[in-house]
Design a protein around this ligand. Structure first.
Ligand code: ADP
Length: 333
């Protein structure tokens, strides 16, 4: 959908880059995490050492990449960006790690998708700034130790539970990013409107904020759609433009998008409200199970429409009400 465009879309990436906060002070919300990161960076600066490794966990669009950039910027260190899917062999990681300059911040997005043997290499690298490179095969194989420049790893994952324990344990600090409150997203939008030189009244801003799935990336994108709408249709970026644009892009009154509703509708109408297993559900809406689990479900759980039970996913009464479907009498259940 247009609210979640392909990540390779150049215009969207340029837009995101332009709106990214550059310092912890500019970063809206997540007060707890900001305080924790600040302390970590200050302590490292006082002792003149690289900050501890940091794991950032949370659904897409909540600010993980932004925080990684801020960590590098605030500690005055260069930043190298990579991702789990780009590290498919231990050799990929060895090349990356051995090319880091002293003190560099290494950001690995979707770190849970790294190859297993690279993961094992990373344990030693994180702990001792050292890797063992295997040379040769079979009985003649030897390992050559290689010292690395000290670095700070910032890993990002949609769910920290996806990481094997030995990897999770090697981060000095794990930040679990939460969905944003409406008033925080209003602040994100004020900032974006200012940077985009867009005049948008308070009520229109609030309406976008309350329909952005608790996610700054979505808030910023909806703002852009509203700006487009006002530009093409005329009449300014007021409440009417917000309603028009959000209807056009299938964002419902509480911010659910097409996929969110498809998931709820499947549970309600095809599985009688559940419980239904994740993989069955994924097949039923034609999406990857991973996307359902890490992108769709966290927000549905947060708004109280979905519960995860040991037997599967269940749509709550609120979900039935929201879809306007009458819940059959289930004999007191
Ligand atoms: P993630 O890496 O978690 O998917 P990003 O860091 O790429 O998310 O954030 C997506 C967009 O949302 C960025 O362009 C950034 O401008 C904006 N954003 C995210 N978090 C915040 C925040 N706390 N304050 C202001 N803008 C934010």
């Amino acid at each position: 959908g247009l609210v979640r465009p392909a990540p390779e879309s150049d215009a969207e990436l340029a837009f995101e880059g332009a709106l990214r906060p550059r310092s912890l002070a500019e970063f809206v919300g997540q007060a707890k995490v900001r305080g924790q990161l600040q302390l970590l960076l200050d302590a490292a600066a006082m002792q003149n050492r690289t900050p501890d490794h940091i794991l950032l966990a949370g659904p897409p669009g909540l600010g993980k990449t932004t925080l990684a950039m801020i960590v590098a910027h605030e500690s005055g260190r260069p930043l190298r960006m990579s991702s789990g899917p780009a590290i498919q062999h231990a050799g990929d990681l060895a090349a990356l790690l051995s090319s880091l300059v002293p003190g560099e911040v290494l950001f690995i997005d979707e770190i849970h998708r790294m190859a297993r043997n690279a993961e094992e290499m990373l344990y030693l690298a994180m702990e001792d700034f050292r890797i063992d490179i295997m040379v040769g095969k079979g009985a003649g194989a030897t390992s050559i130790p290689l010292d690395l420049a000290p670095f700070t790893l910032v890993g990002a994952t949609t769910r920290s539970g996806l990481l094997p324990n030995p990897l999770r344990d090697r981060f000095g600090f794990t930040a679990n990013l939460e969905f944003y409150e409406t008033y925080e997203l209003e602040e994100v939008l004020s900032r974006a409107a200012r940077l985009l030189d867009l005049d948008i009244p308070h009520d229109a801003r609030r309406e976008i904020a309350s329909r952005s799935r608790g996610t700054p990336r979505i808030a910023n994108r909806l703002l852009r759609r509203v700006r487009d709408f006002a530009l093409v249709r005329g009449g300014g970026a007021g409440l009417a433009a917000v309603h028009g644009a959000l209807e056009l892009y299938d964002v419902d009154p509480i911010g659910l998008d097409r996929l969110d509703r498809a998931v709820l509708e499947a549970i309600v109408s095809r599985f009688e409200g559940g419980p239904v297993g994740l993989s069955t559900l994924a097949v039923s809406v034609g999406e990857e199970a991973d996307t359902i689990e890490s992108v769709v479900e966290p927000f549905l759980v947060r708004v109280g429409m979905l519960s995860r039970t040991p037997r599967g996913r269940v749509a709550t009464r609120r979900a039935w009400d929201h879809l306007g479907v009458r819940r059959p009498d289930r004999g007191g259940l």
